[in-house]
Design a protein around this ligand. Structure first.
Ligand code: NAI
Length: 391
């Protein structure tokens, strides 16, 4: 099974690859991987050691370099990085130059080299060639494309691309508003590969691309993986709702120091992230009076993220109470195992010809496509039901 990582030299991608190779070599266990425990162990999923990686990036670096930078912050350990260094170097050979069209100034500043062409259609053709050479060169049974690139600014008036005809006309007429994530997604679906959007970027959420995934019976999942503060919210908020405790205010403040944080300093890139983080509470606590999330960049924190949340709620007899918590997570250690889970589960859905949205994967996302359910345990029920049906 091939895994194409858009944003291959980033922290999440690198940690996923290091983790997969470390698990395959018996150097790490599978803690943090949902598919390594029940109910998912009842499914016939591809082995982590059978995943072959390649991808796109726009920076001139390497997996090994990112892995060394990450291990300076403690995760992964230097020993593990050394043990998989040869694997990383081999995978580096399969990383191609990607496009940064409409990714905003912050990404343009990061980029060293990009795939650009006067016509958008040629950019798409270049991406398709890259996917094809990997699949053919490695004789792969299947390829799953995963977007783990920096968050892009949102698309204005996305309804312009509501149908496949409209999207394809835009490509043919060289519409310069289409974002990179949607070009990668379109190229994947056209080549017959499922697409996973781990980020808040637009990707395959446009109506025209959802239509293409449906028509070609290809899984289409996203957006924005739920790994930290939002995961906690989606587990805690239902408790308040079910006990009829009235949440009046939920204020969350996140600080992080990695490049994700740097790109999210740019207001246009941050907007999508705030929307998917904020939407979770509105779905579960529709009467909340104040719901705000902040994200700030604090470089010395590196790949560690701290979230402080302050929740004010009313109980019986108008009694005012509060919950405050601090969450400190290693951003990539939380995200990377979910990349591997999603690849294994999407590959399974693809094998069984299940195209379009995948409600059973809602628990992995802050803004699950095609599923209006944010309660973590109810989302997980969907996964359990899927496994019951397929095991
Ligand atoms: P990162 O900044 O370390 O990595 C992003 C990589 O994407 C960089 O190597 C960059 O050069 C590359 N890139 C940017 N634009 C590109 C393009 N158009 N084509 C190809 N490559 C491109 O960020 P990190 O921490 O790895 O996060 C990746 C994405 O995952 C971000 O969008 C983030 O918001 C999202 N995400 C991360 C979570 C986590 O770390 N816990 C949770 C949920 C989502």
């Amino acid at each position: 099974i091939g895994v194409w990582l858009v944003g291959a030299y980033g922290n999440v991608a690198t940690t996923a690859v290091v983790g997969a190779r470390a698990v395959a070599r018996g150097l790490a266990d599978t803690t943090g991987m949902v598919t390594a425990r029940r109910p998912c162990t009842r499914l016939d999923l591809p082995a982590v050691g059978d995943l072959a990686f390649a991808g796109h990036d726009v920076r001139d670096t390497s997996l090994l370099e990112t892995a060394h930078e990450l291990s300076a912050g403690g995760v992964p350990s230097a020993d593990v990085v050394d043990a998989v260094a040869d694997d990383l170097e081999r995978i580096d050979d399969g990383v191609r130059v990607g496009t940064a069209v409409n990714c905003g100034r912050a990404v343009a500043d990061l980029a060293d080299e990009t795939l650009s062409a006067p016509e958008i259609g040629d950019v798409v053709a270049g991406i398709r060639d890259d996917y094809r050479s990997f699949v053919d060169g490695r004789d792969l049974d299947r390829l799953v494309v995963v977007n783990v690139a920096s968050t892009e600014p949102g698309v204005e008036r996305p309804e312009r691309y509501d149908t496949l005809d409209a999207f394809e006309r835009a490509v043919e007429t060289n519409d310069r508003d289409l974002p990179a994530s949607s070009l990668y997604a379109y190229a994947a679906l056209r080549e017959g590969h499922p697409y996973v959007n781990f980020t808040p970027s637009t990707g395959a959420a446009l109506g025209g691309l959802c239509e293409l995934a449906e028509r070609k019976d290809l899984p289409n999942v996203g957006r924005d993986a739920k790994t930290g503060e939002t995961l906690l919210k989606s587990a805690l908020a239902p408790m308040f709702a079910r006990r009829n405790l009235r949440v009046r205010s939920w204020e969350g403040h996140n600080i992080l120091g990695n490049d994700d944080g740097l790109v999210l300093e740019e207001e246009e890139n941050k907007a999508g992230k705030l929307a998917s983080k904020g939407g979770v509470l509105e779905g579960i606590l529709p009467d909340i009076e104040h719901n705000r999330v902040r994200i700030d960049y604090a470089p010395p924190l590196g790949d560690w993220k701290t979230a402080w949340d302050d929740v004010r709620f009313d109980g019986f007899l108008d009694t005012r109470m509060k919950l405050q918590f601090t969450w400190e997570g290693s951003d990539s250690a939380l995200a990377a195992p979910l990349v591997l889970d999603l690849v294994r589960l999407v590959s399974h859905a693809d094998e069984y010809g299940e195209g379009g949205f995948q409600p059973q994967l809602a628990s992995f996302f802050k803004a699950p496509l095609g599923v209006d359910e944010h309660d973590f345990s109810r989302q997980f029920d969907l996964l359990e039901r899927y496994v019951d049906h397929h095991a």
